[in-house]
Design a protein around this ligand. Structure first.
Ligand code: PA5
Length: 425
């Protein structure tokens, strides 16, 4: 399903020479014996997930289907990026769908939230608020505004059907509020941290509400779980990728640019940045994850990559099959001189841009490129790549002796902000 090609990465060490270390860490991950072991619930989640809750999500999405033309998802970080990455990857940015999705709770921007409230005022809204703690300020504030909007529009009774809360199973302010108001609730498991939670109701419920077949997503996740059970570096490409990152950092590359050629994968890049950045960026260590969508960003970042400071390597996610394709029409006047491409498929042109760029960056620019092949942007592939990157992230962090599952540094800005906001102790 997903294959790594490291032949254009100028690796100075053999990936397989890391086998012993990888086997040790693999054991640690599966036996849950490493640092952060109370956050390894995602490892066997393909088997252990709550089937009753999974079916309940499908039933509720089905029930709300005809009452909804706008799904508002309220959350931030791990309670936001996965759902957005999934919906955009699987459905595209302008899907032929009778529903739109709007994301809130991910910013303090007054303009953004005001415009959202105005945008949804005449729509049939279902609201999914997602927060493990319930106290995340961006999310809690947006939810306060949205809750008021919903209650004015539908009344408290109907809000019981239209507001869904995804949160801790027992504790936290959101759980208390949801119970008090009588909202349907879904659980964020204790042993799965935010950025590893997209295959729980955190990601699956928004997907289901948007009409995505979450069985297919879970099937992809399960397939990767089976494929990546081995510690053998000749067979486990997620681990090969993890090792390649470490080798490249040892060679002095401290920035990884996650590259795709599909705008519908832009948010997957954001999700990837959180997964890698928040997991690895500790104790003065880690590779800075960045992302770019080509060819768009070749017209902005391309110059730097080609000829600038050699601080980065690229990880190219190469998708075999586009969701849709189109053919370049012929024009008898040919004023734009594009007739040489008439009759060609747009995806073929995109692939030629990719091929030409890869050669330019690798051969002329000397920029190492790791290439990951993915067959398509289906629900199955989304689920598959989630597990693939989870495993790669855990491996690459443990290789640095870093706990992949905490994020102590995030608290620093919050402390300052709360002081400035006058938050009571
Ligand atoms: O990865 C994480 O843990 C964070 O990004 C959290 O998901 C994010 O801060 C949101 O937290 P919460 O779900 O408690 O609102």
């Amino acid at each position: 399903m997903m294959k790594l090609d490291s032949t254009q990465a100028f690796l100075r060490e053999d990936i397989e020479s890391y086998q012993k270390e990888v086997s040790r860490i693999h054991k640690m991950i599966h036996e849950k014996s490493g640092e952060g072991n109370d956050r390894l619930g995602w490892v066997d989640w393909a088997e252990t997930y709550d089937k009753e809750e999974f079916d309940r999500m499908i039933r509720i999405a089905e029930k709300l289907k005809d009452k909804t033309d706008c799904v508002v998802v309220c959350g931030i970080g791990g309670s936001y990026l996965g759902a957005r990455a999934a919906i955009e990857m699987i459905q595209g940015l302008y899907p032929d769908n009778d529903k739109e999705v709007v994301f809130v709770g991910n910013t303090f921007s007054s303009t953004y939230i005001s415009q959202v409230l105005n945008h949804i005022k005449d729509k049939n809204v279902v609201l999914n608020v997602i927060s493990k703690s319930g106290t995340t300020t961006e999310t809690a504030l947006a939810f306060r505004l949205l809750k008021q909007f919903m209650e004015r529009k539908y009344g408290k009774e109907e809000c019981r059907e239209r507001i869904l809360a995804t949160t801790d199973k027992a504790k936290g302010t959101l759980k208390a509020l949801a119970d008090k108001e009588g909202y349907e609730t879904f659980v964020i498991p204790d042993d799965i941290g935010g950025r590893y939670s997209v295959m729980t109701p955190v990601g699956l419920l928004p997907m289901a509400l948007m009409g995505i077949d979450i069985n297919e997503v879970m099937n992809g996740f399960k397939a990767a779980y089976i494929d990546l059970k081995t510690d053998d570096l000749r067979q486990n490409d997620a681990y090969r990728y993890a090792v390649a990152r470490r080798i490249l950092q040892n060679q002095g590359y401290n920035v990884e640019m996650f590259v795709t050629y599909e705008p519908q994968l832009q948010c997957l890049g954001e999700w990837f940045k959180q997964l890698m950045g928040e997991s690895e960026g500790k104790h003065g260590k880690g590779v800075l994850p960045d992302s770019a969508t080509f060819s768009t960003d070749l017209h902005s970042l391309g110059q730097f990559i080609q000829q600038g400071n050699k601080i980065l390597f690229e990880t190219l996610l190469k998708v075999e099959k586009p969701t849709l394709d189109a053919i370049v029409p012929s024009d008898p006047e040919n004023t734009d001189t594009m007739n040489y491409l008439a009759g060609k498929k747009l995806d073929w042109i995109n692939k030629m841009a990719m091929k030409g760029t890869l050669a330019a960056h690798v051969e002329t620019g000397g920029v190492p490129n790791l290439v990951i092949d993915m067959p398509d942007m289906s629900a199955f592939s989304f689920g598959y790549q989630c597990y693939w990157f989870f495993k790669a992230t855990a491996m690459t962090c443990y290789m640095l002796d870093i706990n992949p599952f905490d994020q102590p540094g995030v608290e620093v800005y919050k402390k300052n902000m709360f002081r400035l906001l006058g938050k009571p102790e």
